[in-house]
Design a protein. Structure first.
Length: 203
């Protein structure tokens, strides 16, 4: 009898843990006023991030060459992103994400996959992609907002992200050394690269 009670208690405990870990999550379109705030703050944050990263990469390419610039993306990109985050006017987190990621830290989660799928479905049907995508997420008593901006491949980045046949051998060797499972090559200028996600913990 005692064993049956213990077994029942164990099953109940496991179900309780599963229930807590899979709390209902509601994903919806933000209101017009919420969207307006997200666009205002999000665009400014994305602009600052892109400017910061592009300046660092271009400066290094001009002074030390493309192989050295790989280290900017490998070592400096995360600290530079954190700097932009810390200086943002709202409590945010920032991430660049894509299905063709180079750094495993940029692999999309399920919410980011929803946004990527939205853009990719439009691209596949030849439709114009929107300037942003927004989500309002409610998990229990916690509410946060994800704001996404599309990234397009620029000519500067093709040195490391272009067709493998055109990437210099020394650059390819360094990429293989740092990113043995690299998925982020084969692009042409103007291709959809992925998304910059700005998560607002509070608007």
């Amino acid at each position: 009898m005692m064993n049956k009670i213990l077994f029942a208690f164990l099953i109940f405990s496991l179900l309780l843990i599963w229930s807590c870990n899979n709390a209902e999550r509601e994903i919806s379109q933000p209101s017009d006023s919420e969207t307006k705030k997200m666009v205002s703050y999000g665009d400014a944050i994305v602009y600052e991030l892109v400017k910061t990263l592009k300046t660092a990469v271009k400066t290094t390419i001009d002074t030390a060459g493309p192989v050295a610039a790989i280290s900017v993306c490998n070592i400096e990109a995360m600290p530079l992103t954190k700097k932009v985050k810390d200086e943002a006017p709202r409590d945010v987190s920032i991430k660049r994400t894509s299905y063709q990621f180079r750094n495993p830290a940029n692999e999309p989660d399920d919410l980011e996959s929803m946004a990527l799928d939205h853009y990719m479905s439009l691209i596949e049907t030849g439709e114009e992609i929107p300037p942003f995508y927004a989500q309002k997420i409610v998990e229990g008593e916690i509410t946060y907002y994800n704001y996404y901006k599309p990234m397009k491949m620029e000519n500067l980045c093709l040195l490391c992200h272009g067709d493998a046949a055109t990437i210099p051998p020394n650059v390819q060797a360094k990429l293989h050394e740092l990113y043995p499972n690299d998925k982020a090559t084969g692009y042409k200028e103007g291709d959809f690269r992925g998304l910059i996600r700005v998560r607002f913990n509070k608007l």
